[in-house]
Design a protein around this ligand. Structure first.
Ligand code: SAH
Length: 225
């Protein structure tokens, strides 16, 4: 069940400010990122039963076997992306839409892809009601969006076994890609693409994400790839 009234009251705002302080304490320094986290009503992206947990620094289930990322992780990935106003950003794994909203608050133009039909539909409905307007795509993020490439930034929010080459190709020169790379645990990886065959790869600690899967999954759970 979703938060039908979309209420964002002083209590939520207070909890959000505390969360921002917690993230600052954990090493997030970008004021722009912290301000964005302070603006997005995370409790509206979670089931009502989780209201009391919405502003804890934890990941939570959002249905379809997926999770809304931990706020620290969202902030950390966003900081690595170094979003500038007007950046064209490809996001893979819309999920709840929370990370999408944070990117939009930073002034990015967001193209977001989700492979689970139910999550694609839910996040589209919610973000639209909240006044967030990314471009939504139902599809397989491994393919990226060649028709809309190149992108200044690419963000993968599911565990990729390796950086998909297709996505590096859709990155602009001097663009940045951030992705958790690995199996059971992943290393946060940042790729800066100087030119087609000159990329810088740096590692930024260990995280745990749900896996990046191939193809798409319809509402009934069957694959239609
Ligand atoms: N950023 C999200 C967290 C998403 S969890 C949030 O803030 O809520 C990762 C998401 O990636 C899941 O919704 C999963 O369905 C999606 N996903 C996994 N593999 C994918 C792929 N190949 N293409 C698009 N989405 C994918």
């Amino acid at each position: 069940m979703r938060q039908e009234d979309l209420e964002d009251n002083y209590r939520h705002k207070g909890l959000r400010e505390k969360l921002v302080e917690e993230l600052r304490g954990k090493g997030i320094t970008s004021k722009a990122v912290l301000d964005a986290i302070n603006k997005v009503p995370r409790h509206l992206f979670m089931d009502t039963g989780f209201l009391n947990y919405a502003y804890k620094d934890q990941a939570f289930p959002i249905g379809a076997g997926q999770t809304i990322s931990q706020p620290y992780t969202v902030a950390f990935q966003t900081e690595l992306l170094d979003i500038q106003k007007g950046d064209k950003v490809l996001e893979i794994g819309t999920g709840s839409g929370y990370q999408t909203a944070v990117l939009l608050e930073l002034g990015a133009r967001v193209f977001t892809i989700e492979r689970q039909k139910e999550l694609f539909l839910n996040s589209q409905a919610l973000l639209t009601r909240l006044g967030y307007h990314p471009r939504f795509f139902y599809g397989d993020g491994y393919k990226g969006l060649p028709a809309f490439a190149p992108f200044e930034k690419i963000l993968i929010t599911a565990a990729a076994p390796e950086i998909p080459d297709t996505l590096i190709r859709q990155l602009k020169n001097n663009g940045i890609l951030v992705a958790p790379v690995g199996g059971e645990t992943q290393e946060m990886t940042r790729v800066i693409k100087h030119s087609r065959d000159d990329v810088d790869v740096t590692k930024h600690g260990y995280f745990v994400f749900v896996p990046m899967m191939k193809g798409t999954n319809g509402r009934n759970g069957t694959s239609d790839k």
